[in-house]
Design a protein around this ligand. Structure first.
Ligand code: NAG
Ligand code: NAG
Length: 126
């Protein structure tokens, strides 16, 4: 019973801690952070999926390689990645030429370690 309680608390705290908010301005750029607790993964084991508002494909890293084949057209040429950091467990992406529709929730699913990070992007008017 006690064990169950601890687990539920851990899940709730975990969720709150993982929510990150970043702010951007129209036509500016923003770094969407996502890092894993697990390092030293072999490139062929690295699978990471960035999604916007639950479903739109922003960016995929499949077997350690950038994959833009399935990418939603609205993010084409607007995602900057840092492949040299994948080995260290960092899967940050930079989104450029921001517009209003870029606001919302971004999720970074780190499939190989079953981690799930959420970034809320707020677009400010200037
Ligand atoms: C993306 O960039 C490439 C190379 O610079 C260019 O050929 C292509 O037209 C661009 N696509 C879009 C949607 O801007
Ligand atoms: C994502 O959701 C946000 C907040 O609901 C909305 O402002 C934005 O237009 C959505 N963008 C896309 C591409 O779905």
């Amino acid at each position: 019973y006690r064990f169950y309680f601890i687990c539920v608390s851990a899940v709730l705290i975990h969720k709150v801690c993982l929510q990150v908010t970043v702010e951007g301005v129209i036509s500016g750029s923003v770094l969407l952070p996502c890092s894993s607790a697990e390092h030293d993964c072999k490139p062929q084991d690295i699978d990471v999926f960035w999604r916007h508002n639950g479903s739109k494909i922003v960016f995929d890293i499949i077997k350690g390689k950038n994959s833009v084949e399935q990418q939603e057209p609205r993010y084409k040429n607007r995602t900057e990645t840092f492949p040299e950091e994948y080995k260290g467990g960092n899967f940050n992406i930079r989104l450029t030429a921001l517009n209003h529709a870029d606001a919302g929730k971004y999720t970074c699913l780190i499939a190989h370690s079953s981690e799930h990070k959420t970034v809320e992007l707020i677009i400010n008017c200037v």
